[in-house]
Design a protein around this ligand. Structure first.
Ligand SMILES: *Cc1c(COP(=O)(O)O)cnc(C)c1O
Length: 371
């Protein structure tokens, strides 16, 4: 998709916030090695700029969902250890190995299928074994098959390196801890006494923040907290230890004074009052904003003012407090003085999860790292 570099609409990634959050999480979780999940365009923040900011902020490794995302990191020159969290087709084993990525494997059959493509130029495939302790998504479910997979990797040392093992929690960020403990018990039942590789990691953000003491390892895979969102939405811990990373800003490109009863946007769901100043900004649902955002208050000249009328594909209108010049900054997500909007606010207003909002933000919004 075309990236709109000439349009005054920007998604900013705050380097200071990324660095701060990584330090806070490292301290709270006592992590010795932190992967940052940068799947789905880094939760929509922008795969490459977010990964660069995280590396500059002290992250140790990156985790993507797809091989293609891993390749994009390598093409951008990012050389950190990189996990592919999803299952890749075995015929890509060679491409994974060549690019020094770590493949997640959930069955012995996958290793057997991948073997015919390996090794490549003497380079072995680094394997991350996924253990399903109750997430119900991917991974080994039986101890015998897990042991067989490790034995198979040893029998084919020329092809595989046993680099990593993991599990994933379904409920690590809730006040209710029973299911979390069931999964942790299942982990011990499946893996105690089994040979462990250099990287052993169980924790997502929730487990890292609330269950660090119970973890058998200090390697974590964090997403949420590093992006500045408190995993329990303040239920288990206040969110003041995190800084919001993302700001979404645009500018007034057109300003007009309306007369009583003038309709605004498609379907005229809003009518101006006499003398009302209305501004237009170049951002719409075609950029991934939910149309349910109509009525949400954005920040302009330090005050909160509503989006009026339906969002159009590329533009939307804001009721201004008074006449303002073209070029005035309009903050959808972010802070101006005392006023702040966060991803969580947008989520609450539209009844969507913060990551449903951010992963929808389209490629055409220009992303950049700011101080
Ligand atoms: C997305 C993901 C993470 C990060 O989860 P957060 O809750 O955002 O910290 C960790 N591990 C796996 C397997 C994931 O898919």
């Amino acid at each position: 998709m075309v990236v709109a570099v000439t349009r005054p609409t920007r998604l900013n990634i705050s380097q200071a916030a990324v660095t701060h959050n990584i330090q806070e999480v490292r301290q709270a979780s006592q992590a010795s090695f932190m992967f940052l999940a940068v799947k789905a365009n880094a939760y929509g923040f922008g795969l490459i700029p977010m990964s660069q900011a995280a590396v500059a902020g002290g992250i140790d490794g990156l985790a993507v969902a797809l091989l293609d995302e891993g390749l994009a990191l390598r093409q951008a020159g990012l050389t950190e250890p990189t996990l592919i969290l999803g299952i890749t087709l075995p015929q890509y084993a060679r491409l994974i190995a060549e690019n020094n990525l770590i493949a997640t494997v959930g069955s012995l059959a996958w290793l057997e299928a991948a073997l015919q493509y390996l090794p490549v130029n003497g380079q072995r495939l680094q394997v991350n074994l996924a253990v399903d302790t109750g997430m119900g998504r991917i991974g080994f479910r039986e101890r015998t098959e897990l042991e067989a997979a490790i034995t198979f990797m040893h029998e084919h040392r020329e092809a595989f390196t046993y680099a990593s093992i993991m599990t994933h929690f379904a409920e690590a960020d809730a006040p209710e801890v029973d299911y979390f403990h069931q999964q942790l018990n299942r982990w011990h039942a499946l893996t105690d006494g089994i040979e462990m590789p250099p990287l052993v990691h169980l924790s997502n953000s929730g487990a890292a923040m609330y269950h660090a003491d119970e973890m058998p390892t200090d390697v974590i895979r964090a997403g949420t907290v590093v992006y500045g969102v408190e995993p329990s939405r303040g239920e288990l811990r206040s969110d003041d230890y995190l800084e919001p990373v993302l700001t979404l800003e645009t500018e007034l490109v057109f300003v007009k004074k309306c007369h009583e009863g003038e309709g605004v946007s498609y379907g005229h769901t809003y009518y101006a009052h006499e003398g009302e100043w209305i501004g237009t900004v170049p951002l719409g649902y075609g950029d991934g904003l939910p149309r349910k955002l109509q009525g949400f208050e954005v920040i302009v000249d330090g005050v909160k003012r509503p989006i009026v009328g339906k969002l159009a594909m590329d533009q939307m209108m804001i009721s201004l407090p008074y006449e303002l010049p073209i070029g005035t900054t309009v903050t959808i997500i972010g802070r101006q003085g005392e006023q702040e909007n966060t991803l969580e606010h947008v989520g609450q207003y539209t009844d969507l999860a913060p990551w449903e909002i951010s992963t929808n933000l389209q490629e055409r919004i220009y992303r950049q790292i700011t101080d």
